[in-house]
Design a protein around this ligand. Sequence first.
Ligand code: ADP
Ligand code: 5GP
Length: 193
Amino acid sequence: MPQNKRGKLVVVTGPAGVGKSTILRSVMETTGSRFSVSVTTRAPRPAERNHRDYHFIDEPTFQGMRDHGELLEWAKVFDHYYGTPAAPICEAIDAGQTVILDIDLQGARQVRVKCPQAMFVLILPPDHETLVARLTGRGTENEEQLKIRLAKAQQEMEAAQASGLYNHQIVNDDLHRAVRELVEIVTQGAPQQ
Ligand code: ADP
Ligand code: 5GP
């Protein structure tokens, strides 16, 4: 009889516009791993769908979830609250599924404390100009939001690199190569204990 193997937890962090969602879509398709749908108090972007990209909730609902211990981690990012519901992750991992989280450094630090066996992957742009072009080209932020996100990007990447938290770094220059590298990490990393 095959042993009931637990799934893995993979934490992905990177600045806004680096290509996390794009990479994760392909990786999940290839590996059959599951995306952890976060809750957020920010408004949906035109192409985003409730319960697929995020669970879009209001602040009192977020506070209720946080105060009842329903979140594995949470953070305030760019003036909005974001958090990872814990229950779906535990269920998926117990069922042997790999779960991928797209969260910032503040959240990754909390996951490290609670789930030390998780894998941590940092996605980086080839250079700052490329990040600016991608974030601007996506067209989902107004000028003010763009300015805030880009100003924070360099500082966030430096903090993430200095944290010593990330086992792997992927430079998202060529999309296919970046996807291939993450697929390798997701499928070959050590299983959870
Ligand atoms: P994030 O989720 O990190 O905020 P997205 O996945 O939304 O970023 O990507 C931002 C923009 O960059 C999107 O328009 C996406 O199509 C584009 N993009 C992502 N990866 C690449 C790549 N390797 N080469 C060119 N464009 C890319
Ligand atoms: P965006 O608004 O562009 O979707 O995400 C903004 C930032 O919030 C990104 O760095 C993303 O990784 C992070 N983020 C998304 N969901 C969560 C979450 O549940 N927890 C934390 N800590 N960060 C999140």
